[in-house]
Structures are given as C-alpha cells and as structure tokens.
Design a protein around this ligand. Structure first.
Ligand code: GAR
Length: 215
C-alpha cells in the first residue's frame, strides 16, 4: 500500500499511523502528507518522519475545486493508492472520492452515525450536551455523503460525570491512535472488503473483537 495522509491540524493521528509503519505494525509506504493549510503540526509530523509534506492552501487557488484538483494531482503524482484522512477539515470533492473508490478512510471522534458532520471538538461537545454515557471514535470508508460511508471499526469510551470537552476528547484520541492503524492494516492485508455498503473483515483479530456473520 502506498499511503497518503490528508490532515489539517495537529497531526496526532498522522503521527500514530506513521509510527505504526515505522515499527512494522502496518506494512505500508507513506508517500505523501497533504494539508489544506500552511504551518500546521501535521507538516512537522511529516518532516520529522521524512515523509514528503505538501501544503495546498485555499488562498493559492481560485476555487475550492481548483485546490482539490491540485490535491488529486499530488496524490496521483506521489503514487498513492490509498488515502487516510486524519483530521482533514474539508469535504472531498466527488472527483477525488471517485479516483479512490473504497480506498479512502476517515476517522471521526464519535460513534457514527451519532454526532456526524462536524469537526473536532464539535462531535465531542455534542456528545456531552446530549448526555450520552458512551462515546468513541469511528473509522469509515469515505463516500460522497459526509461521515456516512461504511463503518470499518469503532472503539467506545465512557463519558464520565465530570468530563469536559478536553478530557473526553483526550480519552477518545487515545483510542483513535490505536484504532486507525489497525483498521488500515485490514485494508493492507486484504482482509477488509466493502460489499453492499458494509465492510466485512476476514481477520481472526477482528472476529475476536467484533464477531459478525459473513454476508
Ligand atoms: C481527531 O480527533 C479526529 O477524529 C478529528 O479531528 C481530530 C484531529 O486530530 N476528525 C474529525 O473531526 C473529522 N470530522 P489530530 O490532528 O491530532 O489527528
């Protein structure tokens, strides 16, 4: 797998993925890290790990579409055959989704389909406001519909009585860093397949976590 990562901020999920690759837990080649902003932590994460970083900010292009056309050029030019969105705060244009069918994953800080649609810390804030007792994170396949693609993996965390947005976000983030490399591994080793809008995983590791029947 030639993996590209797209991020907009701090880049802690990007770091978790790249570190899983460096420690051979994830057998992938990181070919590019693309941001839609300049001067963000994710670019430092890339340079500190010798991964080519590409800042493609909106202001350098006449439109969002032109900006994303450039992103697609960089993705294809890097040889990426799989993309991980890791805190990427723009909605991908359909032409990027179509260029990587079932080959783009995203991580979202809630148990989808609950609290879809916002960027961190909005989902965590909404979870606290709703008073849910359990929240977590979801890795899903990216489709044209925002945060609604087939779910690959989820991890749950408790919402505690004294939680703040920060404390809940930290608890979820710890699980994100564990879950995202694991989910990517199922695509690398071919155990994940997307069929009829669902993801099926033929991996004993997964079966022991989330037993589910074959389709
Ligand atoms: C993460 O919590 C991720 O789940 C969230 O942004 C944060 C990025 O943190 N993504 C979304 O909200 C997507 N809608 P990071 O830059 O440290 O990886």
């Amino acid at each position: 797998m030639n993996l590209a990562i797209m991020a907009s901020g701090r880049g802690s999920n990007a770091a978790a993925i790249l570190d899983a690759i460096a420690s051979h837990e994830l057998d992938a080649r990181p070919v590019a890290l693309i941001t839609n902003r300049e001067n963000v932590g994710a670019l430092d994460v890339a340079s500190s790990r010798n991964v080519p970083g590409h800042a493609i900010p909106r202001r350098a292009f006449p439109s969002r579409t032109a900006q994303q056309r450039r992103m697609l050029e960089v993705l294809q030019g890097s040889g990426a055959d799989f993309v991980a969105l890791a805190g990427f705060d723009a909605i991908l244009r359909p032409f990027i989704v179509a260029a990587y069918p079932n080959r783009i994953l995203n991580i979202h800080p809630s148990l989808l389909p609950a609290f879809a649609g916002g960027m961190a810390p909005v989902p965590q804030t909404e979870a606290l406001r709703a008073g849910v007792r359990i929240s977590g994170c979801t890795v899903h396949v990216v489709t044209e519909e925002l945060d609604a693609g087939p779910i690959v993996a989820q991890a749950a965390v408790p919402v505690l009585p004294n939680d703040t947005v920060d404390s809940l976000s930290d608890r979820i983030l710890e699980q994100e860093h564990r879950l995202y490399p694991l989910a990517l591994r199922w695509f690398v080793d071919g155990s994940a397949r997307v069929e009829n809008g669902h993801v099926y995983i033929d991996s004993e590791e997964c079966q022991s976590l989330w037993p589910h029947p074959a389709p």
